[in-house]
Each structure stands twice: as structure tokens, then as C-alpha cells.
Design a protein around this ligand. Structure first.
Ligand SMILES: [Zn+2]
Length: 542
């Protein structure tokens, strides 16, 4: 039951998890099979979708098919050869409050039907409950989890240790910490379904990251009830490895058609925006005219196709190191998702620590949402912790960024350097040229071709938050270094005076002279001559 990680990006992993019925690759989507209502048959999942794993409910199976399932075993009973995960019935507990089984019974039943991945009978926290009740669900779940070792009789089944706590993050942390101490092979974050139904994806970010911070990275994390493809990339980026989808069938029952960016009602569709096996062979008008059962089946199959397709896109993005770009694209499907993507910034330092450094491809910045990216955080930390300006440098000359990268190769910066060289001769060495630029902040000329400082593209004009971030980085740089004088060449159209204001404040604090040029065009010949004159004057000051 090993979990091997093959590739990583952000906190996402492509992993291989071994069960007694075979190895499955994560991130993995397990379609939910209700043994009472098989909208899509397990055999169809296996043959048509190449599906290697599914999830079913142990409680419903016990209640309705106890003898057959026990006799045949789950694989024969469902007619499925891949890995089968069973949920304990906790969700039914959440809905119907009291269910007719016990923690022991559900453990033994899951062993008896020969499931591959089993779940203890936890108590879901749910939504909108008091903190007191939430604490009870956490404590009771931990108590039951501790008893598992004594209850179970087999060692070839992977057990899931659910993390509860709901919206109470301190309880989520406690629950995860306690579960982490127990010998589970998988963890699952409980109760996100109501959170997702209400589109509280930003709270989901808090819940996932809190759980991840307190769980061992070596065990896969399942996100219970998160079956919509439009939020997979966010959850995967934060380290969720397994998902289950009942949504593909539930949505189909309500004539709802999933896409990777949302949900549409069948009767609103003139065209199918998809080329899956279902959509490429028919059209909405034909499907609308079908009897309900046939219609449901086709919609469920499409919903599954689009869900699996999104996961494949996510995996490809992980291998290319482009999961962030993918996540941002999906985040723009819905304001609630964008709000969640913005929330990631709160955890950007943690994300940076957990993200691999190996991927070296160019990165795209669309807006301030991208300031949470590990590359931005990593550069900020390294500049502060590891960098010192050249020992000779007396004057900091801050130039605005150019469209050409690396900046020191741009004709604009070449022009400035040439003027200064000619005017100052040997003393030009005392002037240290740096660029202030989005999204990284201050970039010393000698570093600006190092990854990713030149290997990125950014959309102009910058939004206000990005401008403020760069201004703050410029101020931090001045505070952390020892130049005798700071000279700033402004680019008012891009930076709206914010960099100058931040640098002035920092220089006042450090009590060093600050000079800025107010010319409109930073790269006009007379601006550069003026800049050179100012620099020479600064050098002559004692
Ligand atoms: Zn389709």
C-alpha cells in the first residue's frame, strides 16, 4: 500500500498508490456508484472510460445487499476489477442523523466484502453547527480512529482516517494532528460538500491548507464530495490527491451538463461545447427529446468525460510546471473561485516551502493573483536573506523595467549605462544599476538573466495591488541595504508615483538622500542626460 510520488508542481503530486487490486495514479477521480441506482455501470466505467477505481457506500451496500455482497465480495457484486474504495456511511449520517450500524460493524463489513480502501465510521461535522458540536465530532472521530487497530483483522486493506472540524480551522488542525499519529494509509477531509454547494471555495482553501499543514505529506489526501471539475485544479494545487464524484450522476438527473468551467442546463444549450464520445455524436436538441433514463445516461457519461479530461489536463500541467496558470484560468470561471485563488496568497510562504524548484519554464503573470506564486515568494526571500550589493556600490540607481528582458540588455538600459560610463569614467563602478519591475520587485543588473527574472511574461498595465507590491519591495530593498544615495528614474505612466513615494519614505527612515527625476518620458535623450548629471552630482557629495 505504498504511495510513490512521481512528479510535483505547487503542492500537487502525480503519485502511484498501490492497493490490493492494482496501482492507481493520482490525482484520481473515483466515480460514486450507488448500488441501488447505477446510472453508469461499473463495467462501462472500466471499459469505456479506462476507469481504474471507483467508490461506493458500505452502509448502503450493507443495508440493501448484505448477503449478496458478503458472499460474492464487492468486486464480483459490482462487476468491477479495479480498486474499490468504500465510504462508511458517514454522509448518510450527516443527512439522516441516525443510522443503523455501529463503528465495529462497518469495519468488519468492509473487510468481509473485500474492499480495497475502507473508511471508518466517522462523524461528519457538517455546516452551520456550533463549535461545541464540531468539537464533539472531532473527538468522537478520533476516538473511533484509535480503536481501529483493535477492530480490524486484515492488513491488505488501506484505511482512511477522516479529518473533521468543518469551518473551525483550529479543530481541523487538531483533528489532522491526531489522525496523523495513527497508522492510516490515506486521509480524507470531511464535510466540504455543503461548503462547496454554497460556493465557499475560499473557506475550502483554509480547510485544505490547515489539514495539509498537519498531515504527513507521504499519505494521499482525499477530498470528500468534491466532484465538480471546475475546482479540481485549485484542490490539486493545494495537495488533494483523491476525489469522488457523485455529481456526474446527480447533475445528470437534473438535466445539468458539466463543463470544466461550470454547469449549464440542458435546455439552455444550443450546441455541445465538447467533443467527447457522447457530444460528438449528437446534439442538445436530440438529447432533450430522449426518454428521461436515456437522457440521464448520456449526460452522466458526458459529465464523467469532462471530469476525467480535466484531471488529465491538470496532470499534464503538473508535468510542465504550469499548474498555476491552469488554476488561474479555471479561477476565472466564477467569482467565488477567483476569491479562493486570491485566498491562496495568505498561504504563499507555506506554498513556497512545499513547492519543488526543479521546473524552469517561463511563467505567465496575469494579475496580482500571481503574487502568491512560489517563484515570487522565493525571490523575495532570497534577495532579503542571501543577497548583498557589490562592495564598491555607493549609489543605487533604480531604473524602470523595459519590455525587453533581460533588462540589462535592453537598448534603454544600454543607453543609460553608456551615458554614465562616458560621463563618470572609472567612478561609474560606484553606481549600482537595479531595475524595479513587476512582479519581482528590485532586480540587480547582475542577476537579471537568472531564472525566473527574465523567463516570464506579464500583462501591462499592472493592477493596483501589483504596483503596491513592487513599491513595497523597493522600500524593503532600500531598508535592507547600505547605499549612500538613492536615485530613481520614474516611469509615471506605469507606476503612478507609487514607487517614488515608497522609496522616499524608506530613504527618510534610513536618512539617506533620495533624488528622483520627474520627466514624463524616462527614455528621452534629455532625461538620460539629466539623470547622468544628477548621478555625477551625487557622487561628488561627501
Ligand atoms: Zn461531452
Amino acid at each position: 500500500m505504498s504511495f510513490e510520488i512521481a512528479d510535483r508542481d505547487l503542492m500537487a503530486r502525480i503519485g502511484r498508490f498501490e492497493t490490493k487490486s492494482g496501482v492507481v495514479e493520482t490525482p484520481l477521480l473515483l466515480p460514486v456508484i450507488n448500488p441501488n441506482v447505477k446510472t453508469v455501470l461499473p463495467k462501462t466505467l472500466e471499459e469505456k472510460f479506462g476507469c481504474r477505481a471507483l467508490i461506493t457506500n458500505a452502509y448502503i451496500t450493507e443495508k440493501s445487499f448484505k448477503e449478496t455482497a458478503s458472499e460474492k465480495g464487492l468486486h464480483d457484486f459490482l462487476n468491477f476489477n479495479g480498486s474499490i474504495m468504500t465510504d462508511s456511511g458517514a454522509y448518510q449520517l450527516l443527512i439522516y442523523k441516525d443510522i443503523e450500524t455501529s463503528p465495529e460493524e462497518i469495519v468488519h463489513f468492509q473487510e468481509k466484502i473485500d474492499t480495497d480502501i475502507a473508511t471508518i465510521l466517522d462523524i461528519p461535522t457538517g455546516w452551520g453547527v456550533s463549535k461545541e458540536y464540531a468539537r464533539y465530532t472531532v473527538n468522537e472521530t478520533i476516538k473511533r480512529a484509535k480503536k481501529l487497530e483493535k477492530m480490524k483483522t486484515r492488513d491488505d486493506i488501506a484505511w482512511v482516517g477522516p479529518v473533521q472540524g468543518g469551518q473551525y480551522l483550529d479543530l481541523v488542525a487538531k483533528s489532522a494532528k491526531e489522525m496523523a499519529k495513527l497508522p492510516f494509509q490515506i486521509h480524507a477531509l470531511g464535510s466540504p460538500t455543503p461548503v462547496m454547494e454554497q460556493y465557499k471555495f475560499d473557506l475550502l482553501v483554509d480547510m485544505i491548507v490547515t489539514a495539509k499543514m498537519n498531515l504527513p505529506a507521504s499519505r494521499p489526501l482525499h477530498l470528500f464530495g468534491a466532484g465538480h471539475p471546475f475546482m479540481f485544479s485549485l484542490a490539486v494545487a493545494l495537495g488533494c490527491d483523491l476525489f469522488d464524484s457523485a455529481a456526474y450522476a446527480l447533475f445528470a438527473r437534473q438535466d445539468r451538463y458539466m463543463t470544466e468551467s461550470g454547469t449549464t442546463r440542458l435546455d439552455e444549450l444550443e450546441y455541445f461545447p465538447c467533443s467527447c464520445q457522447v457530444c460528438s455524436k449528437t446534439d442538445p436538441k436530440t438529447v432533450k427529446a430522449l426518454p428521461k433514463e436515456d437522457r440521464q445516461k448520456l449526460l452522466a457519461e458526458h459529465n464523467l468525460h469532462v471530469s476525467f479530461c480535466e484531471l488529465r489536463q491538470i496532470k499534464q500541467a503538473i508535468t510542465e510546471g504550469r499548474l498555476w496558470e491552469h488554476l488561474e484560468m479555471r479561477a476565472h470561471s466564477h467569482p467565488a473561485l477567483l476569491q479562493a485563488a486570491k485566498k491562496v496568497r495568505k498561504y504563499s510562504e507555506y506554498l513556497e516551502k512545499q513547492s519543488p524548484i526543479t521546473k524552469r519554464n517561463g511563467i505567465f503573470f496575469f494579475s496580482s493573483v500571481g503574487l502568491a506564486r512560489p517563484q515570487v515568494v522565493r525571490y523575495r526571500k532570497r534577495l532579503a536573506d542571501r543577497y548583498s550589493p557589490p562592495p564598491k556600490a555607493k549609489i543605487l540607481l533604480l531604473l524602470p523595467q523595459t519590455r525587453t528582458k533581460p533588462f540589462h540588455n535592453s537598448k534603454e538600459h544600454e543607453m543609460v549605462k553608456k551615458e554614465i560610463q562616458q560621463s563618470l569614467g572609472a567612478t561609474a563602478d560606484l553606481v549600482h544599476v537595479c531595475t524595479y519591475s513587476a512582479p519581482f520587485g528590485v532586480v540587480p543588473a547582475e542577476l537579471d538573466d537568472i531564472y525566473p527574472l527574465s523567463q516570464n511574461e506579464i500583462a501591462f498595465p499592472f493592477d493596483a495591488e501589483t504596483v503596491m507590491y513592487v513599491a513595497q519591495q523597493a522600500a524593503n530593498y532600500i531598508m535592507n541595504t547600505n547605499y549612500d544615495h538613492v536615485i530613481l528614474l520614474r516611469d509615471p505612466k506605469v507606476w503612478r508615483g507609487k514607487i517614488a513615494a515608497a522609496c522616499r519614505r524608506a530613504c527618510e527612515k534610513r536618512q539617506v538622500p533620495f533624488t528622483t527625476l520627474r520627466e514624463r518620458d524616462p527614455w528621452a535623450k534629455n532625461t538620460i542626460e539629466h539623470l547622468t548629471a544628477v548621478t555625477r552630482k551625487a557622487l561628488m557629495q561627501p
